[in-house]
Design a binder for this molecule. Structure first.
Ligand code: GLY
Length: 425
């Protein structure tokens, strides 16, 4: 079997790595991939951009690729699945209509409302004055969400009215997310702990994967600005099996059924961002792809069934497919270029990756790296993802940090408290 993976982050490196473990997979291509995918057994990087659908389709046809797996949300919301399926090609991920669950906050809230899915109360606005009047009436804390994709920067959890008004000004007046991004969802603030539920679906069946917890803030103790994710661990004790079943039955199934009622078949990964507060479980957001870095830990636990689930979901029937997890915990620590998520410098040589990879049950996934002859250099904000698995969470975390200690580059920074929340449960 030949598989193309689209994307270039740690998530896509983890997908390539997991695919390469299946004997039925003879060749993997990553477009464009990264320094890590290039070194992975069976994998070759191809220099095609993630939104160049014509070039990707041509490559898939010429190389007789059996399945394409899409990592990031951008090509999904631009309709890559529709384009591939129109040409009769097998591709894993939701089509453009289904990807609106991530690409439009207003669409997702409307689906949740109609499906009876627990989420924060909200109102939708298309101009500054009405939105500002609503914020002044409701008070803070309050959440302001730009409707469209905004590279993870579209959500402001405003602690004060001033912060909320500033977020509205940026969207409506300064148009920082573009002139066409002119719908805003204003939501009630939700208290609790966040967790990520991931599941495979074919539009009718759901196969839940492990629930994980991401660490979004840049500094320890959840301080500082939001990032794409500084580390994750799974399973998350805050969402035990009973709660997970509740999420499957009261959130994931109602979501795909409501979409089906609207004539939309959702295939691919369901990402439900949850807010858990005691027995209350509400949805913060839906995404239409694996989370990054949640993917790195969730895939590390999968024992078997990954390739079958991807293929069956793409074909539209998960009937009979089983995904089995190892009875292990997984944790990952993201190594960043100091300064990220704001300004940072790159181009620094990284040492110690091979030493960390040599430790049993450690895998280093690449994100912002690039090869320069024999050297690996930093080339982005989130550089590496040191991932460990072990029997219990404490030893998993210790192992991940043992791997981190082997690696160094100029300005390297990371959180020291990944997984700590899970230990206290
Ligand atoms: N780690 C958060 C996300 O992938 O959206």
């Amino acid at each position: 079997m030949k598989i193309l993976v689209i994307g270039s982050g740690g998530r896509e490196h983890a997908i390539v790595w997991k695919l390469s473990q299946d004997d039925r997979v003879e060749k993997i291509y990553a477009a464009p991939g990264n320094g890590g995918t290039a070194c992975e057994n069976k994998c070759e990087n191809v220099n095609i951009k993630i939104n160049d659908f014509n070039a990707l389709i041509k490559f898939v046809k010429e190389n007789h690729i059996d399945l394409t797996v899409v990592g990031p949300e951008d090509p999904l919301s631009n309709g890559i699945v529709d384009a591939f399926e129109k040409d009769g090609l097998l591709i894993f991920g939701p089509n453009k209509a289904a990807a609106q669950m991530e690409a439009s906050k207003a669409f997702a809230k409307d689906v949740m409302k109609n499906a009876g899915i627990a989420t924060a109360d909200y109102k939708e606005f298309t101009n500054y004055d009405e939105a500002a009047a609503y914020v002044n009436k409701k008070g803070a804390p309050i959440v302001v969400k730009a409707d469209g994709l905004a590279a993870g920067k579209g959500v402001t959890v405003a602690a004060t009215i001033e912060e909320a008004l500033n977020a509205l000004k940026e969207i409506f007046v300064d148009k920082i997310f573009g002139a066409e991004n002119n719908v805003v969802v204003i939501e009630d603030y939700m208290d609790g702990e966040e967790a990520t539920y991931l599941a495979f679906t074919d539009g009718k069946n759901i196969i839940p994967l492990s629930v994980s917890q991401d660490h979004k803030r840049v500094y320890d103790d959840d301080k500082g600005p939001n990032t794409g994710g500084m580390g994750a661990y799974t399973p998350a004790p805050i969402c035990d099996n009973k709660k997970m079943e509740h999420v499957t039955n009261k959130i994931a199934y109602p979501m795909i059924k409501e979409l089906e009622r609207r004539g939309i078949i959702y295939k691919g990964v369901i990402y439900a961002g949850l807010m858990i507060n005691g027995d209350s479980i509400k949805v913060v957001e839906f995404n239409c792809r694996f989370g990054d870095p949640e993917c790195q830990v969730v895939l590390s636990r999968i024992e078997s069934g990954f390739v079958d689930a991807l293929t069956a979901s793409a074909k539209g029937s998960l009937d009979g497919v089983k995904v089995i997890n190892k009875d292990m915990t997984a944790a990952c620590v993201i190594l960043i270029s100091g300064g990220y998520p704001k300004d940072y410098k790159s181009g620094y040589e990284i040492s110690g990756i091979a030493d960390a990879d040599k430790i049993e049950n450690i895998k280093v996934f690449h994100a912002g790296t690039k090869a320069d002859n024999d050297r690996i250099l930093t080339s982005g904000g989130r550089v590496l993802c040191v991932t460990a698995i072990s029997k219990d969470l404490k030893s998993t975390i210790d192992k991940a940090y043992e791997g981190v200690a082997k690696i160094s580059f100029k300005d390297m920074a990371f959180r020291k408290d990944i997984g700590k929340k899970g230990l206290n449960k």
